[in-house]
Design a protein around this ligand. Structure first.
Ligand SMILES: [Zn+2]
Ligand SMILES: [Zn+2]
Ligand SMILES: [Zn+2]
Ligand SMILES: [Zn+2]
Ligand SMILES: [Zn+2]
Length: 323
């Protein structure tokens, strides 16, 4: 009998594996065992071994058979042969090492491997988010057009022309700075605002009368957002552009302002079939954003879209608190 690993004649004890594979005692003792089925793993395929170890400090490699049939970890691409897996909304699975890791994608919060893409401001991105990342204004143009027509058409919120409110893509660091905050990246998911609408109004007055008004309006969106997230942020910020003319500019209940913007984002995401992103809007436990969304959704459920918008706008004008 010949050992399938060292190709020498077997002397003494041996082990017979599936499909008639035979390993001698010496190979059994020296070769690493597959962590799926225990089969000795040949070491001459150095490249492949390197890949299965892939710096994840795994105790053992996986044989070719287990490797071919195993589910791959969505973070490190290693075969998952242990029972330990984790599934998230999108159906992605993660090996035990990655599931236990503190490193998370800063866009969808799933575990990411050490080699995941890292932006210069420290944000980390999983491969899925990275695949549709909007890094340049040119890539954002169709999304801007879609977001604007969703609001003006579907939601009947007229908007000032694009030339009066430009969209700018900025890093998380620059965006935080505009909000008077500081962005510091951590291994886990970093909670932060990903969009911002700003307005600077200067008026020329004669007594109490406003003769002319200059509005300096802009929308800032974080660069690198996955396409669908970028679209959601744009819808949200364009609602603020509409509110700039439809709502009072001072002392407005923020829950109504953000709630309506979040409701529009949620509706836009649902219509795009982006349920995972829409669920994140629903589950936001922030009282202003999540609470505002639920307040507006209740009004819409009870009175319909047109009356909901009318009520939210009136309440904003009255400066009343919601409900
Ligand atoms: Zn052998
Ligand atoms: Zn195996
Ligand atoms: Zn993994
Ligand atoms: Zn991601
Ligand atoms: Zn907002």
């Amino acid at each position: 009998m010949i050992c399938n690993f060292c190709h020498s004649a077997v002397v003494g004890r041996y082990t017979q594996w599936q499909e008639g594979t035979v390993s001698c005692q010496a190979c059994q003792a020296t070769l690493p065992a597959c962590r799926g089925c225990g089969l000795p793993v040949r070491q001459r395929k150095v490249g492949w071994l390197k890949r299965v170890f892939s710096g994840q400090a795994k105790s053992a490699p996986v044989c070719e058979r287990c490797n071919a049939s195993a589910v791959r970890c969505s973070a490190c691409d290693d075969p998952i042969v242990e029972s330990y897996t984790q599934e998230v909304d999108g159906g992605r699975r993660f090996c035990a090492a990655c599931s236990g890791s503190a490193d998370q994608c800063d866009f969808c919060a799933v575990p990411v491997a050490k080699g995941a893409h890292r932006y210069s401001d420290g944000r980390r991105s999983c491969a899925v988010c990275r695949a549709t990342a909007i890094a340049k204004l040119k890539q954002a143009r169709p999304l801007i057009a879609d977001a604007r027509s969703f609001l003006t058409g579907r939601l009947q919120m007229p908007l000032r022309p694009e030339s009066e409110c430009e969209v700018k893509l900025v890093s998380a660091r620059q965006l935080a700075k505009r909000l008077g905050k500081q962005f510091r990246s951590s291994p886990g998911y970093d909670h932060r605002e990903k969009g911002l609408f700003t307005s600077n109004v200067s008026q020329r007055r004669q007594g109490d009368t406003v003769i002319s008004e200059t509005c300096d309006l802009a929308i800032y969106v974080e660069t690198g957002l996955p396409r669908i997230e970028c679209y959601g942020v744009l819808v949200h910020e364009f609602v603020h552009l509409w509110q700039f003319d439809a709502f009072p500019r001072h002392d407005v209940d923020r829950q109504l302002v953000e709630g309506l913007a979040e409701w529009a984002r949620h509706r836009a995401l649902m219509e795009m079939g982006a349920t995972t992103s829409a669920r994140r809007v629903e589950r936001n436990d922030d009282p202003i954003y999540g609470g505002g969304f639920r307040l507006v959704r209740d009004l819409e459920g009870r009175y319909g879209y047109r009356d909901m918008v009318r009520m939210v706008t009136e309440r904003a004008r009255d400066g009343q608190r919601g409900r």
